[in-house]
Design a protein around this ligand. Structure first.
Ligand code: PHE
Length: 457
């Protein structure tokens, strides 16, 4: 009865490691943020900058988080305390846990809308809708107040149940089944989109290389997106890598995940824009695109309702697997450092997120119940997003790059990344070390100062 220290759980194979980590990276970010921003900021030109950001900031920091997690095999806070005992570095972990909650408060709200739209698609609710009904349906869905709260609670119940089942039987099983399905569904949507008349115009919107739209703001946006996309600065990658297998090639896993995540983003853009253009719609921003335009255009085409179900199902998968990785950060922390059972930690975190997340849900629109409550011009929803994405994530990323670049012995890094000499890292190691010491911190300082408004380009 709990006298023997429990054996720590972990992923069972390289494939499980890949799907779980990809499940974290792929999320709502791919399905509306990426395509929209790419179209908005100059298509191919933005894409190029985004890829540079992934290579020079995202990937190196991801490797850094992998090092911390797999070396210590602990939750985010425990890992840093073990790596640098008695130092203030553990606050990277503390801020990570805080950021994961803050992101969840609004992410669970949007995920609730996605679940609800999947449910509506299954009921055939979108048949024959017009621009007006699409708008009013979305308004009703987000203002509620009961329905969005109910869906948010359903979302958190799913997350809690999967996490309570454990790393192997929960996270691994879910991501290994659902990620391949997500690929199949997105390719079905792509085939349909590409065979519509006028699809070329949509592809043009996404891929035209227009360097004139590539402002400084676009570059900073690309950097921020790279960060959020790869789930960095939250302790997520530290926590997941603490479950990686001993023989996993950390460099290869990071590269494969970043590449596949970018492919999913592109496939999402290819499913969305040709469809939108083929029906003569405006490619509106964010939620409007996902929740109004998509039902409107899909419902007008042959097999539309089946495709709508496929589309919202794949979006639900993406959102859910990303949330598993967000909530695993506090679950691992509370179960390992506070001695709570996983079940209690998962249920406790989910209840806390649902309770505070309701504030986000009720403040999303100016007509929402709490829509009138703003502090310095922002409601709850926007504050949760702003503090996490614009402040905690970049600070955490910067600190991680400084910790790895300057406070860990290069020999120790080499040992871990080469799996104690088993892998040849002669070419990649010096490259990685140079970038994480000089390039990533510099770029992050620029983004951060811009985000808090110290200077604007
Ligand atoms: N990467 C996820 C997405 O694109 C979001 C996420 C951020 C997940 C941080 C975990 C940690 O939606």
């Amino acid at each position: 009865m709990g006298i023997e220290p429990k054996k720590r759980e972990g992923f069972s194979s390289g494939l499980a490691v890949f799907f779980a980590t990809l499940g974290s990276a792929v999320g709502l970010g791919n399905i509306w943020k990426f395509p929209y921003l790419t179209g908005e900021y100059g298509g191919g030109a933005f894409l190029l900058v985004y890829l540079v950001c992934i290579l020079f900031v995202g990937l190196p920091i991801m490797f850094g988080e992998f090092y911390i997690g797999r070396k210590t095999r602990k939750n985010a806070i425990g890992a840093l305390s073990q790596l640098k005992p008695g130092s203030a570095w553990k606050y990277i972990g503390t801020m990570g846990v805080a950021a994961s909650y803050l992101i969840m408060f609004f992410y669970s709200c949007v995920a609730g809308w996605v679940y609800f739209y999947l449910f509506k698609a299954l009921l055939g609710d979108f048949a024959g809708i017009t621009m007006e009904t699409a708008k009013s349906q979305f308004g009703d869905a987000i203002i509620g107040p009961l329905s969005p709260i109910l869906w948010q609670v359903i979302v958190m119940t799913v997350v809690a149940v999967v996490l309570a089942a454990g790393v192997k039987h929960g996270i691994e099983k879910m991501t290994k089944t659902l990620m391949p399905l997500l690929f199949v569904l997105i390719i079905i949507c792509d085939i349909r989109a590409l065979t519509l008349p006028g699809a070329g115009e949509g592809l043009n919107f996404l891929f035209q290389v227009d360097f004139s739209k590539l402002s400084a703001a676009a570059i900073l946006t690309a950097l921020g997106l790279a960060f959020f996309k790869l789930s960095l600065g939250v302790g997520t990658m530290m926590t997941y890598s603490s479950y990686f297998t001993e023989d996993n090639n950390l460099f290869a896993t990071g590269a494969k995940v970043a590449l596949s995540d970018t492919v999913v983003s592109l496939l999402a853009g290819i499913a969305i824009f040709p469809t939108v253009f083929s029906f003569g719609m405006e490619p509106g921003a964010g939620p409007g695109l996902l929740f109004m335009t998509i039902p409107l255009v899909f419902s007008q085409m042959p097999l539309g309702n089946i495709l709508l179900v496929a589309f919202f199902f794949l979006t639900s998968i993406a959102a859910t697997t990303a949330m598993l990785s967000l909530v695993e950060v506090p679950v691992a922390y509370f179960s390992e450092e506070w001695g709570m059972s996983r079940k209690k930690a998962a249920i406790g975190s989910a209840v806390g997120i649902a309770m505070i997340g309701i504030l986000a849900t009720l403040s999303v629109d100016k007509n929402s119940i709490l829509g009138g409550y703003t502090f310095f011009g922002r409601g709850f929803f926007d504050w949760f997003d702003y503090i996490s994405s614009n402040i905690l994530l970049p600070i955490n990323g910067l600190l991680t790059s400084l910790l790895i670049g300057y406070c860990i012995k290069r020999k120790d890094l080499e040992l871990e990344f080469s799996n104690h000499g088993a892998l040849n890292i002669k070419v990649i190691m010096p490259l990685f070390y140079f970038i994480i010491r000089y390039v990533s911190p510099f770029l992050l300082i620029v983004v951060f100062l811009n985000a808090i408004g110290v200077f604007k380009f």
